[in-house]
Design a protein around this ligand. Structure first.
Ligand code: PMP
Length: 362
């Protein structure tokens, strides 16, 4: 009965979808979700608790989150003549942006890429077009992209810079050509900005169709849920009409403001993560049967050449380590696994467990 009811009331795209699954990490070393592994130092937590004590929780939050938006703008060096949309994570921003499109519009992204572009586009009944990356190094296939742009006239193109799950930065010159050729908007998703100096924020004034999206999640505030989109005021103005009035709650506004005013300790943590990334990359490539891809993010994609990725993933899990198995996605990701950079001791445990898995007789 309720199944019939679902069929009657819900769109076919929704019925055909699967919900986004998050693995259960209980009792495991969690290296699957690109989180910062370090919590806040004790004295910072004390200062933060003092700050949020004064939060007027009985009142609605500032609907524009003006103070926080101004701080985000300053910290991220957003040009003065750009405007900002804040979201409950950048996931919500993707949703707000796509909700504003004309029905049937096309959304385009290179693949493999961040799955939410496709998931949200399809949930809204939009036309989604993935464009394969080069299979050897996961670079953009510029001629394929330009051909697909010509053919499908996308309203929005998402380019994650660095890309998830591959970790590489696409060539900036390729991105510029896409910006020049796109009939609609190009969103440069800089979720992994804390781990690279590369950015398109300084190009906002140059390209009227460019939007830059960032998040505080990878810096170390994944639990807070805060992302933002920067771009031309006339574009951002349209998106403010779609977002819910109080989408950034008071505690998030106060906490993000506090964290950004004390950003040095978070930057020290991301520097440590970058140092650890170099070490894990070398250790992975020193292993027989593993090919790791250079990364500009806080994770590394690696391919297993002798043993199936599924078997390695399960063996690591049995040894108490959770990473991400991308092999079920198939195609260019067959036999690919993704490990998030953790604390030094967690990375060591991962490399040791992987080494023993590779050395074990089948
Ligand atoms: N963009 C990319 C490329 C990502 O990898 C992620 C998270 N994995 C997000 C956006 C979403 O981040 P959040 O919603 O936590 O801001």
């Amino acid at each position: 009965m309720s199944e019939n009811l679902s069929r009657t009331v819900f769109r076919n795209e929704v019925l055909a979808m699967s919900a986004y699954k998050v693995a259960d990490a209980k009792n495991l070393i969690k290296l699957d979700a690109m989180e910062n592994p370090y919590n806040w130092p004790e004295h910072v937590i004390d200062q933060w608790l003092q700050t949020i004590k004064s939060c007027p929780i009985n009142r609605y939050p500032d609907p524009q989150a003006k103070k926080l938006a101004a701080t985000l703008k300053k910290v991220n060096q957003i040009p003065q003549d750009s405007d900002m949309l804040l979201g409950n994570g950048s996931d919500e921003i993707i949703q707000i942006l796509l909700m504003a499109l004309t029905p049937g519009a096309t959304v385009m992204a290179p693949e493999p890429g961040f799955v939410m572009y496709k998931q949200i586009a399809q949930s809204l009944g939009l036309n989604y077009q993935g464009v394969p990356l080069h299979t050897d190094d996961f670079a953009l296939d510029l001629s394929a992209m330009l051909k697909m742009i010509e053919q499908h006239q996308p309203a929005v193109i998402f380019l994650a810079y660095p890309n998830n799950p591959t970790g590489n930065l696409f060539a900036a010159e390729d991105i510029r050509q896409i910006l020049d050729s796109a009939p609609g908007l190009v969103v440069i998703d800089e979720a992994y900005a804390p781990f690279t100096d590369a950015s398109f924020i300084d190009k906002l004034a140059q390209y009227p169709n460019l939007l830059v999206m960032r998040t505080l999640s990878k810096l170390g505030l994944a639990g807070l849920r805060l992302g933002f989109l920067a771009g031309a005021p006339e574009l951002i103005e349209q998106l403010h009409k779609i977002r819910l009035p109080y989408n950034i709650n008071s505690l998030t506004q106060m906490t993000a403001e506090f964290a950004l005013n004390n950003i040095e300790f978070l930057q020290q943590q991301t520097n440590t993560i970058c140092q650890q990334r170099s070490q894990v990359f070398e250790q992975l490539n020193a292993l027989q049967g593993i090919k790791a891809l250079p990364s500009s993010a806080n994770f590394i994609l690696f391919k297993t050449e002798n043993k199936p990725a599924d078997a390695i993933f399960h063996s690591l899990q049995q040894q108490g380590i959770l990473i991400k198995n991308l092999s079920p996605q198939g195609g260019a990701l067959s036999n690919c696994l993704r490990v998030t950079i953790g604390k030094e001791e967690e990375n060591r445990a991962f490399i040791e467990a992987l080494t023993s898995t590779l050395n074990a007789a089948d």
